[in-house]
Design a protein around this ligand. Sequence first.
Ligand code: ZN
Ligand code: ZN
Length: 438
Amino acid sequence: MRSNPPQMASQAQRTHLEEMADVRRFFETLNHADTFRYCLNLNRDRYPDAPGLAASTIVVCIDTEGWDASSNVVKELGINVFDSRDMARLTSPGPWGMHIMKNIYFYFARIQKHAHLRNKNASAGDPEKNRFGQMRFLDDREIIDCLKDTFEWPLGNVDDGVVRPVVLLGHALDNDVEKIEKYLGFDLMAKGNLVKQIDTQVIARNVGHWNHPNNQIGLTRLVNNLDFTYRDGHTASNDAAMTTICAIQLVLSNKYKGAGQPRSLQNVVDQTERDSQSHDWSHGSKLFCFRCGSRAHMVNRAPNGYCQARVRCTRCAIERPNSQWGHRSETCVMTMFETSNSSRPNPNRRRGRQPPASQTDVSAENSTIPTASTPIQTPPIGRGTQSTQPPAPTSSWAIIAARPAPDAMGPTRSSRGRLVVRPASLRPQQRDANNGKP
Ligand SMILES: [Zn+2]
Ligand SMILES: [Zn+2]
């Protein structure tokens, strides 16, 4: 009898969706802390009747950073991901969950078209101070591909459309989910495999760490309470990592915490941070110059120091001729303000007058860049290139990043291949679940 492959595939899909529904119902019976414990293999013996597919869950922790001038602009996406199957191979979580953390993978994506935007509020982070995972710049297509690879792991060895369940972790997660769906354009429900969203604010309540009747605990306070250091916050990847590490500490048994451990929590966090720098991935580009649009250099590390490519904004050429030479049309902040939902004053209202350079985005941007009337100076050969680097403005919505970012230096890796947000295809040595020494 001949088989009918399409029908069989459809049947397999139907069966799989039923199993997925079982997993969803199962996790519904667990609170956020126990759901996370289940994925970490910390409590599975309590649920002998759990659907088998639940043990293949992928846990994804996300954090987004926006532009503080507009709530509909996403600048950064931090992703931490682990495979529950890896956790099942651990013989113990290790001190402070060290063995768990060795099986989590960290990625820092910057939205390329928004790489020039800078936040000005008091708590603004600096993406060049990213600590967890490697930073890469992704265009619109690449960010979707990256998210697909993150959320749609094949269940088996064949990529037949049958995917694993996903539990999504975050801190005050609703905001991040909205940004991913509305502003990055990725449908988290498309495959029907997002079985639960869990939140560190709820986990903290579940385990009795936080009981305030009205207020939710903030991430900074949570990190402080758990007694490790929150460094360079408000970049998406650093915040995602803090969220994941806090969640682990909250659900971990006291047996693996406290003064009697052979290592300190800070030591484990520091080691996790160092390890994460080797989590290579391939979507997008390691380098991107927001000034000229090149993927061959960063703006402050072009061949002659600060990028001196000749760029021009056609809009400003008409409306503000003195400002036309500092940026490309694609990165014109005037346009950004108009197309975003910014509640800030629209710089167009200033059209026709020249405000002080220190008070506006556009003028600050232009003040730092050679203009038509300021010929580009090429440094003498053999002299340091820093002398030609324009000073960074202090109050600009558009960034002029001038700090060195060691992580982004060095040889450029291929940006062609598909991403690799899948742990199993990343660092082979990390597949050995207990490779860390206590
Ligand atoms: Zn450039
Ligand atoms: Zn412009």
